[in-house]
Design a protein around this ligand. Sequence first.
Ligand code: FES
Length: 95
Amino acid sequence: MCAARLARPQPLLPILDDEDPQRRLRACEARCTHEGCTVQYVPGESVVWCACHNGRFDLDGRVLSGPPPRPLARWVAQRDPDGSVSVAKSPEGSA
Ligand code: FES
């Protein structure tokens, strides 16, 4: 679960890729840059997928295929000592 204090709440997609040996926690904006559908993580393929028009993104939000015109905004996600997860806007913004 994501816990964040945001001035304007945005839907975020937390990602824990089972295939990443470093088990990095990632987060990206959950709203597709094409027409705003909610994207989802596809386990086993290590991609973020938008079902509306088959848009595909890598786990850093970069467009792999389909109609999305821009990458998904990335967020920095980290586990806190109490087990919760905090997220912050990535300094790079988008992928
Ligand atoms: S809304 Fe996501 S690919 Fe069109």
